[in-house]
Ligand binder design. Structure first.
Ligand SMILES: *Cc1c(COP(=O)(O)O)cnc(C)c1O
Length: 381
């Protein structure tokens, strides 16, 4: 019998779901490297799995925690964020329709366009900040609605509850890439989504040392079974060490995301009135067009990601980017160290970033150090 209320998500994360190894008393899960698992004398399986492509104890621990943090019926970890997204899209059959927001993680959109052509999917791109446009796009039978919020790298905020309502009214499965918001700030299933996807490479792990993806669902139905089949049948399985590192990283998820959000708001507020900065894109600023929606669907912060538009265009932005001394010039996001990136240079043909844009992933360094670094770099614009 429990003498206390159910633990809050921060408590579950900090304790890795109160892990305790019955065999050894260890409170840190052991790394199970074995790929194969023995059978009993009567040939029954000893463990839940026979072979590690189908799962290992280290997966199950990470999945159990993610499911609880998202308030999900079930969760799955996969080899990368893109593997997770692909496992969902591959439930579609030729001719079926998928409606997506017109800007999202470029790598996924590039793959989706290519796969849709090959697989004869009816892929529809729509600006979901315009709910009437979304409703028109959903007039034909639609299987999947897919979007992100905030969107990378312009940090548009999409109204999750409104999009989920329209999607479900049209009979679609509503899926959200919640990598940037994390379960700390937004719980998409409670806002009506059917499925949440994470690039666990980012905030969930948080230390730039694991490539992983995660999915969590409101209902563990036949569709979910097909997604799990897509994962293991093509071998998009996460290695046990990656799962182990992911669980370890998630223990500090809540304080990391809250600190990064606080520092990002400090930087955004400061940069908004900087003479060398044209505009700051950050949902936490009252001037941001999505601020009111963000206040409704993000709790306790607006995330650690922002972009700035440097006055003087692309060349000025590159001068700033190449002058930082603490911000690493590197891609990716959601880790303990701060990163800066000139997206226009790296996006190529699928790009949406104007040349003046610099994307900042705010880490856990002292905010004054980060500000001082940006100040000296902006002086070179
Ligand atoms: C990084 C990222 C992905 C892709 O995830 P990988 O783990 O790199 O495969 C998808 N969506 C968003 C928002 C991302 O930031």
């Amino acid at each position: 019998m429990k003498n206390r209320p159910d633990p809050r998500p921060e408590t579950l994360a900090a304790q890795a779901d109160h892990f305790l190894d019955p065999a050894t008393g260890a409170i840190v899960p052991p790394l199970v490297a074995s790929t194969t698992f023995a059978r009993n004398d009567d040939y029954s399986l000893r463990a839940a799995t026979s072979y590690s492509r189908y799962g290992t104890a280290n997966w199950q621990q990470a999945e159990g925690l993610i499911a609880k943090l998202e308030g999900a019926a079930a969760a799955a970890v996969l080899a990368s964020g893109l593997a997770a997204a692909a496992a969902v899209v591959m439930t579609l059959r030729p001719g079926q329709r998928i409606v997506v927001h017109d800007t999202m993680y470029w790598g996924f959109l590039a793959w989706l366009k290519d796969f849709s052509r090959q697989w004869n999917l009816d892929l529809v791109l729509v600006d979901m900040t315009d709910l009437a446009a979304l409703e028109r796009a959903l007039a034909k039978p639609t299987e999947i609605v897919w979007f992100e919020s905030p969107t990378n790298p312009l940090w548009q905020v999409l109204d999750i509850a409104a999009i989920a309502k329209l999607g479900k009214a049209a009979g679609a499965r509503v899926c959200l890439d919640s990598t940037v918001a994390t379960p700390v700030l937004t719980r998409p299933l409670s806002l009506g989504c059917d499925l949440v996807m994470h690039s666990a490479t980012k905030y969930l792990n948080g230390h730039s040392d694991v490539l992983a993806g995660a999915l969590a669902v409101a209902k563990a139905d036949e569709w979910w079974e097909r997604i799990l089949f897509n994962r293991t049948s093509v071998g998009a399985s996460l290695g046990p060490f990656e799962a182990w590192l992911l669980l370890r990283g998630m223990r500090t998820l809540y304080p990391r995301v809250r600190q990064a959000s606080e520092t990002a708001l400090t930087l955004a507020t400061h940069l908004a009135s900087h003479p060398k900065v044209e505009r700051v894109l950050y949902p936490g600023l009252p001037s941001h067009p999505g601020h009111e929606v963000a206040r409704r669907q993000m709790q306790g912060g607006f995330g650690g990601m922002l972009s700035i538009l440097v006055k003087g265009g692309g060349e000025a932005a590159l001068r700033v980017c190449t002058a930082t001394e603490l911000f690493h010039r590197a891609t990716s996001l959601g880790s303990v160290e701060s990163l800066i990136e000139h997206r226009h240079t790296v996006e190529g043909v699928h790009g949406v970033s104007p040349p003046a844009l610099l994307r900042l992933s705010v880490g856990l360094e002292h905010p004054d150090d980060l500000l001082a670094d940006l100040e000296q770099a902006l002086a070179k614009a």
